[in-house]
Design a protein around this ligand. Structure first.
Ligand SMILES: [Zn+2]
Length: 414
């Protein structure tokens, strides 16, 4: 912006209006969970309640069916087994959705259909290994309907998002419902391999690709970082190298693109090493996406580039450097989301082999731009052009006010 630079040279900075209103095409969110979040629309949420308020709200839930409640902050609130015995059938999902609490009557409710979940839901490792199963239970219990999908997609539009990718479509019913809806042209669905296995040939045809996990999440302290968490735990690699190689080789035979979740540096390393070996053996995919890669390092980025992999990252996860200061060292807080390294040194190109999504935490253009334009670390900073290219554009526009002086982005009503 040469004009603006010249302007700044001659006018004292305090007199320069720093806020501007922009109109941007609605974003294409390249990584979220449409069927999951739509099903959870309207579910009770205890995240903003005190423990007493939460118990009161949970006790008032119906006794004749299983309710999914949201917003259990495991580090802040714990419930005694006596308290859980006093509640109607309710599954209380953690903030990250990767873990859950069950009331005593919910355990009864699920004992026959989900015996393993009832027995092992307190085991973080089990939850990470079975996260696709857990998420699809939320969708089945909460119910995914055309009305909910409509409400969810309209809310995304309000937030400045016009198209979305569902990285783990809940099942064939959910896929059919999406395909039959007016939103079908704006939603691409990926599937968990086990869910995909049960699909009809037509449903298989419609799936964009297959999604697998190699590590957990920062929220659960299960992302496979390269140093221990303050509590001494080390994060979780979900597969041994040779098992991951076997899994990916099996998926390659299906001829679909692969999306591989890898957050910590150890998970990124494993994913790259295994893909390199498969390529050497002549086993490849139509496309490989690496999801999140928050702690990818430069040599790894160069290897990913050489493999032709696409990195799908979340600018809003730059907030993790602040939100998870309790579990990330200063080095890791600065290493999170190294966009400048990826673009300026490793040669990734937003919109081409570097794409952006939100993972729904939270959805919307405001959060994407807030954390993309004004992150805590320079190494995380993106330009507006890079953000727009990395998301890609959908139908419609959203209006935002960008206050450069205050480092703040606000969404304006359309
Ligand atoms: Zn996700």
């Amino acid at each position: 912006m040469p004009y603006r630079a010249a302007f700044l040279d001659i006018i004292p900075r305090r007199e320069v209006p720093t806020a501007s209103t922009i109109e941007l095409p609605r974003l294409h969110d390249r990584h979220t969970h449409v069927s999951l979040y739509a099903a959870l629309e309207g579910c009770p949420d205890i995240s903003a309640l005190s423990k007493e308020e939460a118990l009161r709200a949970l006790k008032a839930l119906p006794g004749d069916r299983l309710t999914i409640a949201l917003g259990w902050h495991s580090a802040r609130v714990s419930f005694t087994s006596q308290e859980l015995s006093s509640l109607p059938p309710v599954l209380i999902a953690s903030l990250s959705l990767h873990g859950a609490l069950l009331s005593a009557s919910a355990k009864e409710w699920l004992r026959d259909s989900e015996p393993e979940l009832v027995g092992r839901h307190k085991d973080r490792e089990w939850c990470e290994r079975n996260v696709a199963k857990l998420l699809s239970l939320y969708v089945r219990a909460a119910g995914f309907t055309a009305q909910k999908l409509d409400a969810f997609m309209r809310r995304l539009e309000m937030l400045g998002v016009g198209a979305a990718e569902d990285l783990l479509v809940a099942g064939e019913d959910a896929l059919s419902l999406i395909q039959a809806s007016p939103w079908s042209g704006r939603i691409r669905c990926w599937a968990d391999p086990a869910v995909f296995e049960g699909f009809s040939p037509q449903a298989r045809e419609q799936v964009a690709g297959l999604k697998i996990f190699t590590d957990g999440a920062l929220a659960q302290r299960t992302a496979a970082l390269d140093e221990p968490y303050p509590d001494g735990s080390r994060g979780l690699l979900l597969h041994a190298d040779k098992d991951l190689a076997g899994l990916l080789a099996g998926l390659a035979r299906l001829g679909k693109p692969a999306a591989i979740h890898a957050i910590g540096r150890r998970a990124v390393e494993q994913a790259l090493t295994v893909i390199e070996r498969l390529y050497e053996d002549g086993i490849s995919f139509p496309a490989v996406r690496l999801e999140h890669v928050q702690f990818i390092e430069e040599p790894q980025a160069r290897r990913a580039k050489a493999l032709g992999a696409v990195l799908c990252m979340q600018p809003n996860f730059s907030a993790d450097s602040r939100d998870y200061a309790d579990r990330l060292s200063a080095r890791l807080r600065a290493a999170n989301n190294p966009f400048r390294m990826l673009i300026d040194r490793a040669g990734f190109c937003p919109g081409n082999d570097l794409i952006f999504g939100s993972d729904g935490m939270p959805h919307g253009a405001r959060s994407a731009l807030q954390w993309g334009l004004f992150p805590d670390h320079e190494s995380q900073r993106l330009t507006l052009e890079e953000l727009a290219a990395g998301y890609g554009m959908a139908e419609g526009v959203c209006r935002l006010r960008i206050d450069e002086g205050a480092g703040r982005v606000e969404r304006l009503q359309p």
